[in-house]
Design a protein around this ligand. Structure first.
Ligand SMILES: *Cc1c(COP(=O)(O)O)cnc(C)c1O
Length: 251
């Protein structure tokens, strides 16, 4: 039985509303694919669960979410421990300091924010110790003025080549956060930059698009969209910042 606080945030029946929201997002993904002449099977929805507490994530799992993405490693570690009995596939989508690589190496199946060789080396070393491999996405800063994280576009191709030095890392694609703007032309330009970089590197995946812009991202070629608020509802005020450039009330 959800508490009053849970009901205020997630509704009377969180599991039913998550299932309905998932169906809605999937329908929008299908419509965006139709507009772009793409097969919806080529777009993966990665639910982003930051700020959603573990007991509520049990309901999300029951509503059909078998994979979950977290921004902050500390928050993810707590949730993986609380939900260790469920076979959830965990991704980390936010910036990671090298000294936290050991935590990620223990449980994550994917990391979307790789942006330094130092971190790549540390992850590789920790994964080696754990006997695990990791799918990685290289983060590019496609909105230079907004974000401190991610490689400059001009650095991406060389960086991807150097990842061959780290056998435990499997480079799968590129990731970006588009500019925070109501101007969809500017947002789409970020997605286009990432797509050009992806084509240059020969990698397969484009991890781009969030609640406010995933349909545009799909039209620009996204193969993975990272969606939180459209599934779980707005995050409580004061839960940010989860990245530089955060605007209160928007994310
Ligand atoms: C929170 C987050 C998202 C999802 O944002 P929503 O607005 O909740 O859809 C996507 N990517 C990253 C890196 C995030 O931290």
């Amino acid at each position: 039985m959800p508490s009053a606080e849970d009901r205020a945030r997630f509704g009377e029946d969180p599991q039913a509303s998550f299932a309905a929201n998932l169906a809605d997002v999937r329908a929008r993904i299908a419509a965006a694919c139709a507009r772009a002449g793409r097969d919806p099977a080529g777009v993966r929805l990665l639910p982003i669960t930051k700020t959603v507490p573990p007991h509520i994530l049990r309901l999300a799992y029951a509503a059909g979410m078998g994979e979950m993405g977290e921004n902050k490693i500390q928050e993810a570690v707590g949730k993986t421990e609380a939900l260790a009995d469920l076979p959830i596939r965990w991704s980390i989508v936010g910036h990671l300091q090298s000294n936290k690589a050991k935590y990620l190496a223990r449980f994550a199946v994917e990391f979307h924010a790789l942006d330094s060789l130092k971190l790549a080396a540390e992850l590789n070393r920790r994964l080696e110790a754990e006997g695990r491999d990791l799918d990685v996405f290289v983060q590019a800063n496609t909105s230079s003025e907004e974000s401190k994280f991610g490689l400059e576009p001009a650095e991406v191709a060389d960086f991807v080549k150097r990842l061959g030095e780290f056998p435990r890392l499997r480079p799968r694609g590129l990731m970006t956060l588009a500019i925070f703007s109501q101007d969809m032309a500017k947002v789409r330009e970020c997605f286009r930059i990432l797509r050009r970089l992806r084509d240059e590197t020969g990698l397969e995946h484009l991890s781009m698009g969030m609640s406010g812009d995933y349909e545009a991202a799909i039209e620009e070629g996204a193969t993975i969209v990272r969606v939180g608020q459209s599934i779980f509802g707005a995050r409580p005020a004061g839960s940010g910042p989860y990245w530089p450039g955060y605007i209160p009330g928007t994310g």
